[in-house]
Design a protein around this ligand. Structure first.
Ligand code: SF4
Ligand code: SF4
Length: 342
């Protein structure tokens, strides 16, 4: 039996299986600074997130088998997600044999504005239940690759961010390939596939009745059962078989993921260090918050520490380690407050 690893256990069950097949679970960083039960992004700072929506100013696309997780059996813990997905199926918009897309009402143009991320309550995800502090995401058990891999802060700073981005790309490729695998294995016909191509050419609109009928064929009004069959099919694949379905595309992302894992290894200190490219700062009481590789993960220093960091500019990494302490220097390097000059 494989041993438990907290960061891996936090992924949805199917993703755990795929991740175990792709890498050593022990390398997955535990992102303890992104503590969703005491969200550090909620507060009085100018860049704080909206207290209710936080990072859920995003609307996921769910693959057919992810939707199906909620329609396999009557599990009361899945009831809130099941109700929301059933409502989406009744509305039909974005509901196809591939899964459930964003609803036409979702303001995509505003979601694309990074300044609004975490701050615009009107971008709240349709699967968010902000009234339940302990289970805010109603589709948590089958959330998608973006939701499963996004953290506001990373223990290893930019290296951690790159690892999770690579894992997201790998998992997203798995989602797409397995969703298509379900279409083939469950015998979705040529007319439905043509309707799917037409539907994808007019996203975020309500489908005309004839198009919806063509999309689903004799499975119309049996959408929930179809999605459940997709989940049963994908759940039955072991990790190696699931990765094999993805072929060359998934293999490309798996290899990139392994490169991101290697980059997590702490290397030697740089010969020379200079200040990083994002040097904007903001005063917070008697401290200074420095912008880093990511706006939601600033480094907060005392003015004395900031002066010491400034003296390291253009000097040897070894001297910076003497001045700051090696552990602190490595945090500053991980967050790209200081970077290698070479
Ligand atoms: S990941 Fe989202 S909910 Fe969790 S701590 Fe960060 S901003 Fe808050
Ligand atoms: S699916 Fe869940 S985790 Fe993802 S944005 Fe919606 S509520 Fe948040």
């Amino acid at each position: 039996m494989s041993s438990a690893h907290p960061a891996l256990e936090a992924l949805p069950p199917l993703m755990r299986t795929w991740a175990r097949a792709a890498l050593d679970p022990a390398v997955v960083p535990v992102e303890h600074r992104a503590d969703c039960r005491a969200c550090p992004m909620v507060g009085d700072e100018s860049d704080a997130f909206h207290a209710e929506v936080r990072c859920c100013t995003y609307e996921p696309v769910l693959a057919n088998f992810q939707v199906g997780a909620f329609f396999r059996a009557v599990d009361p813990r899945l009831e809130r997600g099941r109700q929301r997905l059933a409502a989406r199926i009744r509305e039909r918009a974005g509901v196809t044999p591939l899964g459930i897309d964003r609803p036409p009402t979702y303001p995509l143009w505003r979601a694309a504005d990074e300044e609004r991320f975490g701050k615009d309550a009107e971008l709240a995800c349709g699967y968010l239940d902000a009234s339940d502090e302990h289970a805010r995401c109603t589709v948590h058990v089958a959330r998608n690759a973006v939701c499963a891999t996004w953290f506001c802060k990373h223990t290893r700073g930019a290296h951690g961010g790159r690892f999770w981005l690579a894992l997201r790309a790998f998992l997203a490729a798995m989602e797409e390939s397995l969703a298509h695998h379900c279409l083939r294995e469950l015998g979705v016909g040529d007319e439905a596939l043509l309707a799917l191509a037409l539907e994808k050419d007019r996203p975020f609109q309500h489908p005309p009745p004839a198009l919806y009928a063509a999309l689903w064929g004799e499975r119309r009004f049996e959408e929930q059962r179809f999605y459940a069959e997709c989940h049963e099919l994908v759940e039955g694949l072991d990790g190696a078989s699931a990765l094999a379905v993805g072929g060359a595309t998934v293999d490309r992302h798996r290899r990139a993921l392994l490169a991101a894992v290697r980059a997590l290894e702490p290397g030697p200190l740089p010969d020379l260090v200079v200040l990083g490219p994002r040097t904007a700062s903001e005063r917070r009481g008697d401290r200074i918050a420095l912008r880093t590789y990511r706006d939601s993960d600033p480094i907060v220093l005392t003015t004395d520490e900031l002066e010491t960091v400034a003296t390291c500019e253009g000097g040897p990494g070894a001297a910076a380690a003497d001045a700051l302490g090696e552990a602190r220097l490595r945090v500053l390097l991980d967050h790209e407050v200081l970077v290698s000059a070479s």
